[in-house]
Design a protein around this ligand. Structure first.
Ligand SMILES: *Cc1c(COP(=O)(O)O)cnc(C)c1O
Length: 375
């Protein structure tokens, strides 16, 4: 059996090595390392895949969120509603821009932002909502967009973990997660579902004016060279990463299917076990399993982690400390947060190996060892 890893980008690369190597070589031969043909080709292909009005490439997913928030003319102290149960990048940029993160609770089953919690957190200072499509499934965007409309709020989707997932509205309309809010952001960090061999990110919007502005912000606030109309930043996707991503984008749907197959294997193996709650997919979304995360009931999480490690099976806690308990936000601590679901999940979730290259032998071994412990 091949060694088991949380993610196996190497085996995935070897399967498309010739095509990837040729694409990299083409960039090297062209010497167009920045804003080369590969960047415009990948951006165009991704825009089509997503069905987005505009796609703006940038340096990473954190920058994508930052650029999105910079484009909205928010004032210091304006409130941005986000889940606490997410990766730090979502909330860090809010504080970085001198805005105030307002943490809300998530749904116990989908782990995504609860629309009811959003509604309760709205104040006259609220300007934006940042739903996170955590672990690979979309937050309930239809409800969130309805609330945003009622209160005239911006919605920025953090789609770093769920690129490719579909969202089905009540009337049957389908859209890609990341293209529903005013702005959507994603990451091409190597372990993400569409991963580069380095850093990368992208921003999606259907709003022409916002697209033009975000393009400028990502490029030192200029649309004409050396004429800087806005304070921006320097955030580019480099040509080599774009060339690699262009090859991988063609395989993205197959990659998502491989993740879904692995998840289905785990789900079947763990069905009915009293200690394990398997992931629940929202009715409106198809889960693309960036992570396969279970909730443990009445059994030690540390114990399972140690047992698996002894069997050479890695496992991870995403995330051990929720946002509202991070020291970096201590200055926002005047609010005493009561986020019972977030805290409950933080103590009980554990993620198992999940990637496109897990074979049946590995899945069998992992699930048998989980079940050996969760007796
Ligand atoms: C990975 C991730 C990001 C940040 O992406 P980077 O490319 O690492 O900057 C933001 N939000 C979430 C939820 C993520 O998982």
């Amino acid at each position: 059996m091949r060694p088991i890893q949380m993610v196996d980008t190497k085996t995935q690369y070897l399967k498309i090595k010739d095509e990837v190597d040729a694409a990299i070589k083409e960039v090297l031969d062209s010497a167009a390392y920045i804003n080369g043909k590969a960047v415009s080709e990948f951006t165009g292909a991704l825009n089509t895949y997503m069905g987005s009005g505009h796609t703006i490439p940038c340096a990473n997913g954190t920058d994508a969120l930052q650029i999105a928030m910079m484009a909205l003319d928010l004032q210091p102290g304006d409130e941005v509603i986000t889940p606490s149960f997410t990766y730090i990048a979502t909330t860090e940029v809010v504080a970085l821009l001198k805005l105030k993160p307002v943490f809300v609770d998530v749904d116990k089953h989908t782990f995504c932002m609860s629309p009811e919690a959003v509604r309760k957190a709205i104040t006259p200072k609220t300007k934006a909502i940042v739903p996170v499509h955590l672990y690979g499934q979309a937050a309930p965007m239809e409800e969130i967009m309805q609330i945003a409309k009622e209160y005239s709020l911006w919605v920025i989707e953090d789609n770093a973990q769920a690129i490719g997932c579909d969202y089905t509205f009540k009337d049957g309309t389908k859209k890609k997660g990341g293209t529903i809010g005013h702005i959507g952001c994603t990451s091409f960090y190597p372990s993400k579902n569409l991963g580069a061999f380095g850093d990368g990110g992208a921003i999606f919007t259907n709003d022409d004016a916002l697209a033009a502005k975000m393009k400028m912000i990502a490029n030192h606030g200029q649309s004409k060279r050396y004429y800087h109309d806005l304070v921006g930043c320097n955030s580019r996707l480099d040509s080599i990463q774009a060339a690699i991503l262009n090859v991988k984008l063609k395989n993205l749907d197959a990659y998502l299917a491989a993740r879904q197959n692995a998840a289905a294997f785990y789900n079947k193996a763990f069905a009915g076990n009293k200690h394990i709650t398997t992931p629940t997919s929202g009715k409106y979304t198809n889960h693309v399993f960036h992570q396969y995360t279970i909730v443990l009931n009445d059994i030690s999480r540390d114990g399972l982690n140690v047992h698996l490690a002894e069997k050479k099976i890695p496992s991870m806690i995403y995330y051990p400390v929720p946002g509202h308990k991070q020291k970096m936000f201590a200055s926002f601590g005047e609010v005493r947060y009561d986020l019972p679901v977030t805290e409950w999940l933080t103590e009980r979730v554990i993620s198992l190996p999940m990637h496109t290259e897990l074979d049946e032998e590995q899945l069998n071994y992992i699930s048998s060892e989980v079940l050996n412990y969760c007796k």
